[in-house]
Design a protein around this ligand. Structure first.
Ligand code: COA
Length: 463
């Protein structure tokens, strides 16, 4: 058995009680000098602590979440008998069987291959912090910077632990092509697996003779150390944003979207809404434009059923269009934590007052974060209204597995040429995004024209 050495946290500058965010090695792992052992994350930098020598991990002394400072033990390594390895030799000749931090610091000064911490990224909060970072770098390399640069520019190198690198090497995967899902974009084993899986499924989809060129073949995501350019503030994304973001991304990439723009003259509808609101005062339900819009939408969905539909693959892999004979409508609600989409069921069976009441109740629940999962499921079509905020048009992203979404912008008075003169009319902008695999451009134009007609004359909704 080779000599056992305890590896300790070397000089990491002013940092103390720094949390361990990742442990890259396990008992029994064979490691080379310079392989990362653990990663630490201070509020300003992610620091990789590499192994000072080649050998086998005999004991791990830390776990993620532990706090460490200079001198804290990390692991016990059984030093490999490499014969010519001057580093390992010089350490093993030492009477004290521990490679203490003083010695490690000495080695940092003497050689580039010591376990000098590798600063992966900085996250300066303000100008004064920028000064602190410069100081940190000086402290980390107390004499002069090591011969090989150890400040890793994240824009050129994937951030991954040794076991993940080994795993990727075994599979022939270029880590730089993978966007890591770990902290600071660290590439995890699961990311490598997902990358390989996606490659296989692409080949299956494209047939036996599929060429790799048929994939998206995109450039890797740019990795930039933003702190090099100025002060930063780092905010984590809310859970809602993370979930919604993943859904939006998938929908945007997988659905061939086209957006049809149109306008509806809602002058009479607005007059009706105002009158109805005055009459409904006692009922304490405000009739919003959205509640009338939902009612009008049902008339258009009934006339054009493929807009209330979903694509679905059967057991034989054939694609079918599922046309829904129910009319559950989702509506996007803007909350401080992000976008949520509650669903009103059986809108076709409800009057405008009932719809308005439900819209208001579900919006309150959405903003309080109290929606139940079943209150956000089952929609056949979604409306996203930015009308209360502003804008003239936008391109909403379809909420899969639906095939269309209606965006509504702010209505405004516009001059409309009628009977030889311009008259002011309240015009509502409509933006209908649709899945071009299911809906043709002509159908989309017919759909928005019909919806505009119904909104102009709500009596058509009764037919
Ligand atoms: N044009 C002009 N004014 C409009 C309008 C429109 N299209 N839609 C609403 N308004 C007016 C309303 O009449 C109301 O004015 P009033 O108080 O004088 O009657 C005001 O804007 C506020 O309306 P609001 O209370 O927001 O009701 P709403 O029914 O329009 O909207 C929600 C309800 C839940 C849709 C809305 O609050 C919301 O969250 N919208 C954002 C959705 C979103 O983020 N979508 C983006 C997805 S990509």
């Amino acid at each position: 058995m080779g000599e056992l050495k305890t590896v300790r946290i070397p000089d990491i500058g002013d940092f103390s009680d720094v949390p361990v965010i990742e442990v890259f090695v396990q008992n029994g792992n064979q490691i080379n000098a310079e392989d990362s052992l653990i990663a630490l994350e201070s509020d300003k930098a992610t620091i990789d602590i590499p192994a000072p020598f080649t050998g086998m991990i005999r004991e791990i002394k830390v776990k993620p979440g532990d706090k460490v400072s200079e001198g804290s033990p990390i692991a016990v390594i059984e030093i490999a008998d490499t014969g010519g390895n001057a580093d390992a030799e010089s350490v093993s000749r030492k009477p004290d069987s521990e490679a203490d931090s003083t010695e490690q610091n000495k080695r940092i000064k003497e050689t580039a291959s010591g376990n000098a911490p590798r600063v992966i990224s900085h996250t300066a909060q303000n100008e004064s912090d920028k000064g602190a970072i410069e100081t940190e770098e000086k402290l980390i390399y107390p004499v002069s910077p090591p011969i090989s640069p150890v400040v890793v520019d994240a824009s050129i190198k994937a951030h991954a632990g040794p076991s993940v690198r080994r795993f990727a090497r075994e599979l022939g995967v270029n880590l730089d092509l993978i966007t890591g899902s770990g902290p600071k974009h660290r590439v995890l084993k699961e990311d490598v697996q997902a990358f390989v899986k996606a490659g296989f499924s692409r080949m299956r989809t494209n047939g036996k003779n599929a060429s790799v060129d048929m994939g998206l073949d995109l450039l890797p995501w740019p990795r930039v150390d933003f702190a090099r350019y100025g002060p930063l503030e780092i905010k984590s994304l809310s859970r809602i944003k993370q979930i919604a973001g993943a859904n939006l991304h998938r929908n945007w990439v997988m659905i061939p979207h086209v957006t049809q723009f149109d306008e509806a003259d809602i002058t009479d509808l607005e007059a009706l809404r105002k009158e109805s609101n005055a009459a409904e005062k006692q009922a304490a339900v405000k009739l919003t434009l959205l509640s009338f819009l939902m009612k009008a939408l049902i008339a258009s969905l009934k006339k054009f059923p493929e807009f209330n539909a979903s694509l679905d693959k059967n057991a034989n892999g054939e694609t079918n269009l599922i046309i829904k004979r129910y009319y559950h409508i989702g509506f996007a609600v803007d909350t401080i934590n992000g976008l949520v989409v509650p669903v009103i069921r059986d809108v076709d069976q409800k009057g405008v007052v009932a719809i308005a009441r439900e819209l208001s109740e579900l919006s309150v629940l959405a903003r309080e974060g109290k929606l139940k999962p079943e209150q956000m499921q089952g929609a056949g079509f979604t409306i996203s209204s930015l009308g209360g905020i502003g804008g003239t048009a936008f391109t909403p992203i379809i909420n899969a597995p639906e095939v269309a979404i209606l965006g509504v912008s702010k209505a405004d008075y516009k001059p409309v040429y009628r009977d030889g003169q311009f008259v002011p009319r309240l015009i509502l902008p409509l933006s209908l995004s649709y899945d071009h695999r299911v809906i043709d451009g002509a159908a989309a134009a017919r759909f928005t024209s019909h919806l505009a007609e119904v909104l102009t004359d709500m009596r058509l909704a009764l037919l």
